[in-house]
Design a protein around this ligand. Structure first.
Ligand SMILES: Cc1ncc(COP(=O)(O)O)c(C=O)c1O
Length: 369
């Protein structure tokens, strides 16, 4: 579809086959470990289920159009992150990861790359632009970061990292491709845990990596093929179905999140709120220059674990669960995992598609039990 068409229209049609008399709008999932292949191995588009699959390719073509770079899909967000780190960095090279980002990305690097001679340096998101990137091979950031929602100027960071010969990869999970396009901002790679808002229904674990440079993407694709870290056709088809409503879901989620952030900002029981859409937030100025929306996550401090637990247990409309980005509003006291450097009373709230009046009433009631 023409690049002139609104992105919110393109996402509805992204990756669909050409309209054909008597065929469905999208083909169903192809369940195949092997494909008919006579003679030379190049004689067919598909040869073996670990190499490629038509259902992956339909979703990849839709995501490639939206991301502005070729895309490879993965069975989880962590598989996408591991693919980037494992395929593009070798022994003796340096990776910079966010000290304040999703903990499993750091844990993967520390468990599986450091013992193989890769050096991992942790830098917090607000410090990224001050860091010296000489000799750094790969910088994998999150902006906004999960869970504290700090934002870095991606254009400026890409220039700094690339001018010293490194690669910048951006984990775009908290916004999705509808909220920010790292490749357009100059990053080398964009990745996402599509488990979250991109699929959006809290029923699938999935991920993808996109890159402008086909040589980089081929390395990532080769890692998928040789490590066998491949998604199932059914999951791929369902993520593709979810993608069509991404813009509509986000419209409601982001508008709800803005109103909830403003409400919490003025609430006496709340010590502080982080939301990039609050003009008082440290992320606001940069966020509005590079993000199309401010996201659906609101993080706030209720002062103590007891206050946070009390809030979560008394708010019937909010599911207490880890993860974010689904149509159902969910929240958790993030420090309960012991993996993030966050205040004990911090609640990460992922705002869903319910009506705002009901959400505000439920939150207000739970803050005054
Ligand atoms: C920012 C971010 N990146 C990556 C991941 C990993 O995604 P998955 O759980 O699909 O492996 C998560 C999961 O919470 C995340 O929050």
């Amino acid at each position: 579809m023409s690049q002139k068409t609104h992105r919110g229209t393109r996402v509805v049609h992204a990756g669909l086959p050409q309209a054909k008399q008597g065929r469905p709008f999208n083909e169903g999932p192809t369940f195949a470990s092997t494909f008919h292949l006579s003679g030379h191995t190049d004689n067919a588009d598909f040869q073996y289920g670990r190499f490629s699959n038509p259902t992956w390719e339909a979703l990849e073509s839709g995501l490639s159009e939206l991301e502005g770079g070729e895309t490879v899909v993965f069975p989880s967000g962590m598989a996408a992150a591991a693919a980037i780190m494992s395929s593009l960095v070798v022994c003796g090279e340096i990776i910079v990861l966010p000290a304040d980002g999703y903990f499993a990305t750091r844990a993967y690097a520390e468990e599986f790359l450091v013992p193989n001679g890769v050096k991992v340096n942790l830098v917090s998101t607000p410090e990224l632009l001050k860091y010296d990137y000489s000799d750094v091979r790969l910088v994998l950031i999150e902006s906004p970061s999960n869970p504290l929602l700090d934002v870095v100027d991606i254009k400026a960071l890409a220039k700094r990292v690339q001018s010293s010969g490194g690669l910048l990869a951006v984990d775009n999970t908290t916004l999705t491709v509808m909220g920010q396009r790292p490749l357009e901002l100059g990053a080398d790679l964009s990745m996402s845990a599509d488990t979250k808002a991109l699929n959006g229904h809290s029923d699938i674990v999935y991920g993808h990596v996109s890159a402008k440079d086909p040589v980089l993407l081929e390395r990532v694709r080769l890692w998928r093929k040789l490590a066998g870290n491949i998604p199932g056709p059914m999951e791929s088809w369902l993520v593709h179905r979810g993608l069509a409503t991404l813009d509509v879901r986000l419209e409601r989620m982001v508008s709800n999140a803005q109103q909830i952030a403003e409400f919490l900002h003025n609430h006496p029981s709340v010590k502080w709120v982080r939301y990039p859409g609050l003009p008082t937030d440290p992320s606001y100025d940069v966020a509005k220059t590079q993000m199309d929306h401010f996201g659906f996550i609101v993080s706030f401090d209720l002062g103590s674990p007891a206050q946070a637990d009390q809030f979560l247990q008394s708010c019937a409309l909010i599911f207490e669960a880890t993860s974010f980005g689904g149509v159902h509003t969910m929240a958790e006291r993030r420090a309960r995992w012991g993996t993030d450097d966050v205040p004990e009373g911090l609640v990460r709230l992922s705002v869903g598609c319910e009506r705002i009046e009901d959400l505000l009433a439920a939150i207000d009631k739970s803050l005054h039990p």
